[in-house]
Design a protein around this ligand. Sequence first.
Ligand code: HEC
Ligand code: HEC
Length: 441
Amino acid sequence: MIRKRTLLAATLCVSAVALSGTFASGKDRLVELFDKIIHSNSSRELSEGQKIFRYDTFGSEAFWGGKLRIHDAIKGEKNGGVGPGVSPRTALSVGLKVDVDSLSKDVLDAIAQGKVDLDDPNTSLLLLKEDAIIGLKGFFNQNGQLSSVGIQCAFCHSTVDNSFAPGLGHRLDGWPNRDLNVGAIVNLSPDLSVVNDLLGVDDATTRKVILDWGPGKFDAELFLDGKAYRPDGKTAATLIPPAFGLAGVNLHTYTGWGSVTYWNAFVANLEMHGQGNFFDPRLDDPVKFPIAARAKMGHTQSSNDQITSKLAALHYYQLSIPAPAAPTNSYDQIMAGRGQLLFNEKAKCATCHTPPLYTEPGWDMHKGEEIGIDEFQALRSPDERYRTTPLKGLWAHAKGGYYHDGRFADLPAVVDHYNNHFSLGLLDNEKADLVEFLKSL
Ligand code: HEC
Ligand code: HEC
């Protein structure tokens, strides 16, 4: 009996020593290896995500080319399409941007020497062939004919630095393109029947609605609820928001539909009309989202999913895009310093716009009445609230105004609104200081 016990104890001891030995050296190796895996994963996701954000169409050419036939409008009658074609001048006038880093040296030289005809649709075809029109991808057949087009995230969420000429320059990912007239571009389509059928309206109505959006705006909820205008008769479209400075922010979009990756899946499937799977039974509500419920958008399925496998890297890339720092000469530093104190104390801005995220850590949502605005846009979303906008990089998207629909033309108007709504009693010089601080973010 005693012998047996001793033997057992000895065996246990030996195996424990053996095991701890394995663990000690094995654990170190595992940890070391896994740390390396994390680093290489992070750089791979980052570069993959950038490619997806800039260049992936998610199969949306089946819609933009296949259904809307935008490519026919671009190439024009002379090239086997329809109408006069779209010249680079027209493309630039509706806010499309040209990425000079995609252009070959020959083309760049020719542009610089004024040898490129900006009124010729063939020049647009050349730009598409060189993959230089930001957010728009041309597909060419074996004969070199433009056979389809698809769109990319960069269409709305990137612009250029205008370093070569207005509208031509290096890419700025995440900066909203507030010149882009999405409605005017969609209106080029010779056949909007798929949109008319979805919305249940005639062609003239669809065209009026999308043209009323104007530059820098798009209405992501129109295709869910069919509400084209606010109660005051103005377009229900919202400003294209920045896609920078989003890391650490809980809910996304103006009305907090979900996380970044939720919205990416939403937008790639339901707005860009890429091909993928999307699940959100909240869209089954026939009162709030009659169009989405009818079309079963919350149960979108594709046998050729070109979206889901890209969501991780796309998410990763977006969280890596920082808000651009304000140029130091673009605001008065002393006033901004005083403005910061006001922001945190007397003006109580920081209670919601908590630094350094400038939104609430946690559930970053408020009713319209809390911030002194109407509930129209909030009621078009599942949680019926507005998300506290993260304020970093405000200076980089002044065009089009502030708040979801640009209702405040500039930052002084925003500060006046809060001063009235919260009865802050800010003096004129304090308001000016606060504005300088907002410009510095
Ligand atoms: C046609 C223009 C357009 C395209 C294309 C587009 N977006 Fe957006 N995006 C918008 C608009 C408009 C909103 C605001 C929607 C709202 O609040 O209702 C938005 C919101 C967002 C937000 C939320 C930003 C925030 O402050 O929370 C992110 C992130 C985003 N888009 C990423 C993407 C990605 C990634 C793609 C490509 C898969 C994409 N978008 C394609 C127009 C566009
Ligand atoms: C109760 C929470 C709350 C407080 C307090 C608050 N904000 Fe806001 N803020 C919001 C919400 C929510 C939005 C989004 C409104 C919209 O898009 O319609 C917003 C939007 C903004 C915007 C527009 C951002 C953009 O990109 O359009 C600015 C600028 C701003 N706030 C500055 C301030 C300043 C300055 C103060 C203090 C005087 C302040 N906020 C106080 C919640 C708040």
